[in-house]
Design a protein. Structure first.
Length: 280
């Protein structure tokens, strides 16, 4: 299945959505199993799960940074690798809890509880099996041969690249490329014959679009930078010298201070209005 997003044809990951829904159902099933378990098992597991979730949330808030082993080469960012490692390890914890619930149900003579727990063990075994081993894969490479993207699964040669789409405000972190006629095996026959627009997600790399665009223009300075035909003017963000770009980080503490001042400003204005009306 395909859809059109901002003029870019992208594949609709129906299979991936189904897999994620299955993963959610398995974890929800474990939650119900622990909830209906004995008092000796349920509360300690809930406390341990809460502490693990809090530790994961705290660790995920650390500052992210791109992993660039050499010029023009990027791997997944530190935060992306951290999350991927825990997603791979978590099913083994669910499998251990499922075995514990199975033993508990067997001890109390609950046959249906044993079947339910063994089904959970099968689900977590599937989750652990489908998680691929983690490696230091190169996610994006730009060199004399062209632009390689692991997301696309191929290298786009420079002759096939016609233009770099302008950075859209509502699609931050997305690198849009316009391809001409090409022989890339990942595209269908129509796209290979007439060309197509493709999009690369740079969020897992913690990388800004401007940095990648600059590296592309180093090899292809002749590429057109102007907006695509028919694109609304308000959807285009033109880089301004000295202004912040997508690669710039935000100061969360400064944003929080501004928000607190905005909230505190309303009561202050109300008091000023009351005092002025009383003076009259």
């Amino acid at each position: 299945m395909r859809k059109v997003a901002n003029g870019v044809r992208t594949s609709l990951p129906t299979g991936e959505i189904a897999r994620e829904m299955t993963t959610t159902a398995i974890w929800c099933g474990l939650l119900l199993g622990v909830w209906g378990g004995s008092p000796e098992v349920g509360p300690p597991l809930f406390v341990a799960g809460g502490l693990a979730a809090a530790a994961f949330w705290w660790a995920a808030r650390r500052e992210d940074a791109p992993d660039q082993p050499e010029l023009g080469v990027w791997r997944a960012s530190r935060k992306t690798l951290f999350q991927a490692r825990w997603k791979r390890r978590a099913p083994f914890g669910g499998l251990a809890i499922g075995l514990l619930l199975a033993g508990q149900s067997w001890w109390y003579g609950d046959a249906w509880g044993v079947v339910y727990a063994l089904a959970l063990c099968g689900g977590f075994g599937w989750l652990a099996w489908r998680r691929k081993p983690l490696e230091d894969w190169v996610e994006l490479r730009i060199d004399a041969a062209g632009l390689y993207s692991r997301e696309l699964g191929c290298t786009i040669p420079w002759p096939a690249l016609q233009a770099v789409r302008p950075r859209a405000r509502h699609r931050a972190g997305k690198l849009g490329l316009r391809l001409g006629p090409n022989d890339l095996p990942v595209l269908d026959a129509a796209d290979r014959a007439v060309g197509a627009d493709v999009e690369i997600d740079l969020a897992p790399l913690a990388l800004g679009v401007d940095a990648v665009r600059a590296e592309i223009f180093r090899y292809r300075p002749d590429l057109e930078i102007g907006p695509a035909p028919g694109a609304p003017p308000e959807s285009i963000v033109t880089p301004i010298p000295g202004a912040a770009t997508e690669a710039d980080g935000r100061d969360d503490s400064a944003l929080a201070a501004v928000s607190m001042l905005a909230v505190a400003q309303n009561p202050a204005l109300a008091l000023i209005a009351l005092s002025s009306s009383s003076d009259r």
